[in-house]
Design a protein around this ligand. Structure first.
Ligand SMILES: [Zn+2]
Length: 316
């Protein structure tokens, strides 16, 4: 897999700026070698400078995301609140997690955490805090990913510990996954904190969004853009989900452009269109900043340029 991707990047076939994260865990024995060799595989527009750690699962029927408070009770099931103590399944014990994050931080390797529940997010925050305490504040900007739920007390930590919030996947509108599966597992009160975009942005940290492709049905960022603004089903109809976390179009645009470039350490060259930066741009069939909000999700890309090179044309 990495041979193929790295070769493709070396030959110039890979046009996108891509970053790979090497999965690491207490039982993933052979990832250490790959981490040591990461620079040899980083070539062209491919950069391998990141390690991914899974701290929990997902807050669905299986109730494997780690939550600070127990899941809702359900009748008829032998494990009423799900596995373990009813608060999900922790995947890496803290006595392994904290020293591992501190060691990667010291080597300048970014750590990306899979953390869906607010309990897993808390663990990631504490692991980054331990690394900063041991190594000082100059280490890489780590990234906590998914963040289906973030406890209010942890929101300001993104800025204080200079890490990035990555919220994903693109399903912050009423769907069977959000309005039924997650809502049944965590209950109505906690649903008010489902993907807290507005709070994460107002907390002052860098915030990005991700598709979590190929786990979810669509990778289309215009669905994500519209529903960040509406929290309604695409087309802006029906009741919103967690309307208190709606954000503006300008904020949504920043998540998809400038903030992503900042996260990849290339804001000096990309992320915005200004003199002196590379011509990374798309041409659209409508202006998502001014069309009726319920039409944003239908936006189509007509052409894509990366560093001034036309790499996609809808017409051709
Ligand atoms: Zn993940």
């Amino acid at each position: 897999m990495i041979e193929g991707l790295s070769g493709y990047a070396r030959s110039g076939g890979l046009k996108q700026y891509a970053r790979g994260c090497i999965v690491w865990g207490p039982n993933s024995g052979n990832s250490e070698g790959l981490i040591a060799e990461r620079q040899a595989w980083s070539t062209g527009r491919l950069k391998l400078d990141c390690v991914k750690m899974f701290l929990d699962g997902v807050p669905l029927e299986g109730r494997t995301a780690v939550m600070l408070a127990p899941y809702e009770r359900r009748s008829g099931a032998h494990d009423e609140q799900g596995p373990g103590d009813g608060r999900g399944l922790k995947l890496i014990p803290e006595d392994i997690l904290f020293p591992a994050v501190t060691a990667f931080d010291r080597q300048g390797i970014q750590v990306k955490f899979h953390a869906a529940g607010d309990g897993a997010v808390r663990e990631a925050v504490e692991a980054i805090a331990a690394a900063r305490k041991a190594n000082g504040d100059t280490g890489p900007h780590h990234e906590i990913g998914h963040n289906t739920f973030i406890d209010a007390a942890d929101v300001p930590m993104g800025r204080a510990l200079h890490f990035t919030w990555e919220l994903s996947p693109y399903i912050w509108w009423p769907t069977p996954i959000t309005s039924v599966d997650i809502a049944e597992a965590v209950g109505a009160e906690r649903m008010k904190r489902l993907w807290p975009m507005r709070e994460a942005i107002e907390g002052g940290a860098n915030v990005v969004i991700g598709s979590d492709w190929p786990v979810v049905p669509s990778v289309n960022p215009w669905l994500a853009f519209e529903t960040l603004v509406t929290r309604q089903v695409p087309g802006a109809t029906g009741d919103p989900i967690n309307a208190g976390q709606r954000i503006s179009r300008e904020q949504a645009m920043a998540l998809l452009t400038r903030n992503g470039a900042a996260e990849m350490g290339r804001l000096d060259r990309g992320g915005t269109l200004e003199p002196g930066k590379l011509a990374d741009l798309i041409i659209l069939d409508r202006n998502p900043m001014t069309v009726r909000v319920g039409e944003i999700y239908q936006t189509k890309v007509l052409a894509t340029y990366i560093a001034g090179e036309k790499v996609f044309s809808a017409a051709e």
